[in-house]
Design a binder for this molecule. Structure first.
Ligand code: C2E
Ligand code: CA
Ligand code: CA
Ligand code: CA
Length: 278
């Protein structure tokens, strides 16, 4: 029990010295997780708010740990980012998402899958070629994937990130800025980045019904996105009122618990085929 508790807090803080015993054992556990098929792909629907239609899904990883149960991503993603293991994880999520896009299409559902990428992925010059090679045998077009990147991942090394993003964009992948408004990207970069979508951070969306400033930030972000020719997604859509406000403000897409929580990928096609806009 003591060991489990210790491991639990390790996972939670994940601020480990590289090379320490704890760090090495968590890293080997993560490697084993991939080998033993312990990772799970969860999907959360993305909805066209104007038409009330399911148009895609965000891929969110979980770890089905044999002892600890279902471990949320915040308990191992930061550690994976620090150690570089995130590249293995991202490859796993990308492959699973591409396979799912193909399966869904075969089931009569055209979806765009959004995948989260980290700084380390953007620093990998081979990434575009790796993703392309993964998609080719599945006959999935790059436009079926949207890559979500945070402002801070870009600002770690803007020139290098820009070069990877330009490459990915030229290949036809859609690019989205995640958690928009919480990082410190400058508008000058926003202008230069080849992005297609802004994703308004859930902190603003969840507060906009009671806080006028948050409502103004949401409204301004929608206007900014549209003025730059970008599509805009609101995450953290938790209520019918939020949906109505966002639709009225012209927000293109929404994602949140009001529509559905992330679900195991096996459940998604049935869910999407039976879902009715409220
Ligand atoms: P994120 O990319 O901002 O993903 C959205 C998070 O908000 C998800 O948490 C989702 O379950 C949650 N969420 C969605 N709708 C609502 C809502 O209406 N209300 C509230 N309160 N929350 C909502 P999750 O799945 O726990 O993921 C947390 C974070 O972990 C993600 O934040 C992302 O930064 C990271 N993450 C998850 N999967 C991956 C992955 O495959 N790769 C990488 N690099 N990061 C991942
Ligand atoms: Ca995301
Ligand atoms: Ca987000
Ligand atoms: Ca986030």
């Amino acid at each position: 029990a003591a060991k489990t508790r210790q491991c639990g807090s390790l996972l939670y803080h994940a601020q480990l010295d590289a090379g320490s015993q704890e760090s090495l054992s968590l890293l080997s556990e993560l490697r084993r997780a991939v080998e033993n098929n312990e990772l799970r792909l969860y999907l959360q629907p993305k909805i066209d708010l104007q038409r009330g239609k399911v148009i895609g899904a965000e891929a969110l990883v979980r770890w089905q740990h044999p002892v600890r149960g279902l471990v949320p991503p915040m308990q191992f993603i930061p550690f994976a980012e620090q150690t570089g293991f995130i590249r293995v994880l991202s490859a796993w999520v990308l492959a699973g998402s591409a396979r799912f896009a193909r399966e869904a299409r075969d089931a009569g559902l055209t979806l765009r899958l959004s995948v989260n990428l980290s700084t380390r992925d953007l620093m990998d010059q081979e990434l575009p070629a790796k993703i392309e090679a993964m998609l080719a045998p599945l006959e999935v077009a790059p436009g079926s994937l949207c890559l979500e990147i945070t402002e801070s991942a870009i600002m770690d090394d803007p020139e290098r990130a820009l070069s990877t993003l330009e490459h990915l964009h030229a290949m036809g992948f859609k690019l989205s800025i995640d958690d928009f408004g919480t990082g410190y990207s400058s508008l000058a970069y926003l202008k230069r980045l080849p992005v297609d979508e802004l994703k308004i951070d859930k902190s603003f969306v969840m507060a906009m019904e009671r806080d006028l400033d948050d409502a103004r930030i949401v409204r301004s972000t929608i206007e900014l996105a549209h003025n730059l020719g970008l599509s805009v997604v609101a995450e953290g859509l938790e209520t019918a009122k939020a949906w109505a406000m966002l639709a009225q403000l012209g927000c293109d897409e929404g994602q949140g618990y009001f529509i559905c929580k992330p679900m195991p990928q096996e459940q998604f096609v049935t869910w999407a085929k039976t879902w009715q806009p409220p």
